[in-house]
Design a protein around this ligand. Structure first.
Ligand code: SF4
Length: 650
């Protein structure tokens, strides 16, 4: 009976050059869905404790979601999973484009790699033919060149995921690219791919992906699509900046409705938030020590939303996405085009570095995407280096003559080139700010703003404490795609899941900063729901429209033939969250060590700007979050009875 998933995975032993298919019992899908859930289940049970992330025992998986290809919308996200060399614990990253359905069309829910190849190779799956091919000619090429060469060889219907030079050089802030330089950037899994000498995957498959009830899938998707299509053209981009400032100073908070955010995404993409976030205090400035008082109205206008849409030549839609928040921008100079820079990239290379030169942001966006280096971590690490330079910890001798000052676009470009090549100071910085601070020392550790070794994204927890909590307590720390007060408002989970607090359209802002039970319930719900999203292969932007409009739970039932309630699915999300945490504990991680750096928590509080005087009550929030999940509230380690209740091997 068709259930939406393919029911099997492929294991590739790169050391021996052998392939092995493995059937996955239905029960595993019922407990973990597919995608990241299936990956977490397999990797928790199979990667030996203490395995070197860059050694042969690490397993690197490429997984597609349960809903991908079933007729539901927004299912173009695939994930790469493995033990992270950056954090030492569970690692995942996901990306859109056209690669996700290609995994399932080859007949698999996931493709997993073990061992290390003696020489650079790429995997070719051409229908039922499986081959490891020599990648000597591709090694050293960037992600876009590699993809173009492979598509030239195998045709336009081939789907490619590849590393750039950053992954080959084992930079711990490197990711995996597809669709011309889009990147599954976080967790440093590009380095794992590089360590395995695996340059790329080339997938050509035509297998049918069959949902259980195709008519119901169609009905649900048509209904959801009406919400996606509805809307009107919005105001000019400059209004976004004023909105940000107004939201920042208002004593009353306004709950964000995902329908409005969808309209912003449709018009500008994630860049709709560029100036708005600076205004409201959401965007960290000057390595998290500054504020909109340093990089405010006059400087942030260099990244106004309209600047990015003006050079957009074509809108970009991921697989099965009717929204299309992406775009291709034309450029002058070395590169003729680039993906429209995302909000995270713009602010990590803009306000975080006090950089007003938007041309340098476009250039670096393409450079980093091609090299396969995470733009968030690259920006965070450069910010660390600039502050070291400002404090005299790094000198011109250390930087090979680069005048590493705030907002110096030429210096930023020169330094990032060095990081990609691992040249000079770039060799030290290529593994992220925490690793660099360990080597540089001299008290520079406090300038490395990170959680568990990963640089947090461009959303300030002093503005929305939910971000700070998730940066600190998630099994993959520093991530902005899992939860926040803002996300809870948009998901509207209380409309489907029992016992969750609803959000009022307007609320007293001070309440946002109180560490009470509602914050824990909403944070836990975000963690669980994001696991469902990642097990399904969904895009969070689609899900932001709200579960009352985007039928995530109903799609899952129609695709599989199950008749689970939203609460049943939330328990699956809880199991996925817990097995990832158990993965970390198995590999020796003390969950407390993932706590976000003090500065980003408001310790000490800022003296000016929108977040003036605010400190996140991180210890209480973490304690209560862990207790809620049935994990030890002092250590964050899942209790044996919790593992047993969820059926996770202890
Ligand atoms: S909303 Fe944007 S990122 Fe999400 S699937 Fe659509 S195009 Fe891709």
């Amino acid at each position: 009976m068709a259930k939406g998933y393919m029911g099997k995975v492929l294991f590739v032993d790169l050391g021996k050059g052998e392939f092995r298919e493995e059937l996955i019992p239905d029960k595993v899908y019922e407990q973990y869905l597919s995608g990241q859930g299936l990956g977490a289940y397999l990797l928790y049970n199979r990667i030996p404790a203490g395995a070197d992330p860059l050694g042969p025992d690490n397993i690197l998986g490429f997984v597609a979601g349960l809903l991908t290809g079933t007729g539901s919308l927004f299912t173009g996200r695939w994930s790469v999973v493995g033990k992270s060399p950056l954090t030492g614990g569970w690692g995942d990253a996901n990306c859109g484009g056209q690669f996700a359905p290609a995994i399932k069309r080859c007949g698999y829910d996931g493709i997993f790699f073990t061992g290390i190849s003696p020489k650079p190779v790429y995997l070719l799956i051409d229908n039922d033919k499986l081959e490891l091919k020599d990648a000597a000619d591709l090694w050293g090429k960037d992600a876009v060149e590699t993809e173009e060469l492979l598509m030239h060889t195998y045709g336009d219907d081939a789907r490619v995921a590849t590393i750039g030079q950053s992954g080959e050089n084992l930079s711990l802030i490197s990711g995996v690219c597809n669709d011309r330089g889009r990147i599954a950037a976080r967790s440093g899994l590009g380095a794992v791919m590089g360590s395995k000498k695996l340059k790329a995957l080339v997938l050509k498959g035509y297998k049918r992906i069959a949902p259980n009830n195709r008519d119901e899938m169609k009905r649900l998707s048509q209904k959801a699509n009406r919400w996606v299509k509805a809307g009107i053209p919005l105001w000019p981009g400059v209004v976004n900046a004023y909105m940000g400032w107004a939201l920042g100073i208002a004593p009353v908070g306004m709950a964000m409705d995902g329908f409005l955010y969808k309209m912003l995404l449709k018009q500008w993409g994630t860049g709709s938030m560029n100036e708005m976030s600076v205004g409201m205090g959401d965007s960290p400035i000057k390595n998290w020590k500054g504020s909109s008082a340093d990089w405010g109205f006059s400087k942030s206008k260099s990244v106004n939303s309209d600047i990015f849409t003006r050079c957009e030549t074509v809108k970009y839609h991921c697989y099965s996405c009717p929204l299309g928040c992406g775009g291709i921008c034309s450029l002058t100079g070395k590169y003729s085009e680039t993906h429209k820079p995302e909000y995270e990239t713009v602010l990590a290379l803009g306000g975080l570095l006090m950089n007003e030169d938007v041309d340098s942001i476009f250039y670096l966006n393409e450079l980093l995407n091609r090299a396969g280096m995470d733009t968030i971590s690259a920006g965070g690490t450069v910010a660390y280096a600039i502050e070291c330079y400002e404090q005299g910890i790094l000198t011109r001798d250390d930087t090979d003559g680069i005048e590493l000052t705030w907002g110096n676009a030429d210096a930023i470009i020169a330094l990032i080139h060095k990081m990609i090549k691992r040249e000079g100071i770039g060799d030290i910085l290529a593994d992220g700010s925490k690793a660099a601070a360990r080597k540089i020392g001299k008290g520079s550790e406090c300038f490395a703003i990170q959680a568990g070794g990963q640089e947090p994204a461009m959303h300030d927890g002093r503005n929305d404490p939910g971000f700070a909590l998730h940066y600190s307590i998630e099994p993959t720390p520093g991530r902005h795609t899992i939860g926040a007060g803002l996300y809870y408002e948009m998901y509207k989970l209380w409309k489907k899941v029992k016992g969750l607090p609803s959000v009022k359209p307007f609320y007293g802002k001070n309440g946002k900063y109180v560490a009470d039970e509602e914050k824990i319930l909403s944070a836990a719900a975000c963690s669980k729901f994001t696991n469902i999203i990642n097990g399904s292969g969904l895009c969070i932007f689609g899900c932001f429209i709200g579960v009352n409009r985007i039928p995530v739970f109903e799609w899952l039932n129609a695709a599989t033939g199950w008749s689970k309630t939203p609460d049943d699915y939330m328990e699956i999300g809880e199991r996925m969250q817990t097995i990832k945490q158990a993965f970390n504990v198995k590999h020796g991680i003390e969950p407390k060590s993932f706590r976000l750096s003090d500065r980003a928590l408001g310790i000490p509080p800022q003296l000016e700007g929108m977040n003036k005087g605010r400190t996140v009550a991180i210890d209480k929030l973490s304690h209560d979050y862990w207790a809620y999940f049935g994990w030890d509230p002092e250590t964050g380690k899942p209790k044996p009875e919790t593992l047993s209740r969820l059926g996770i091997a202890n």
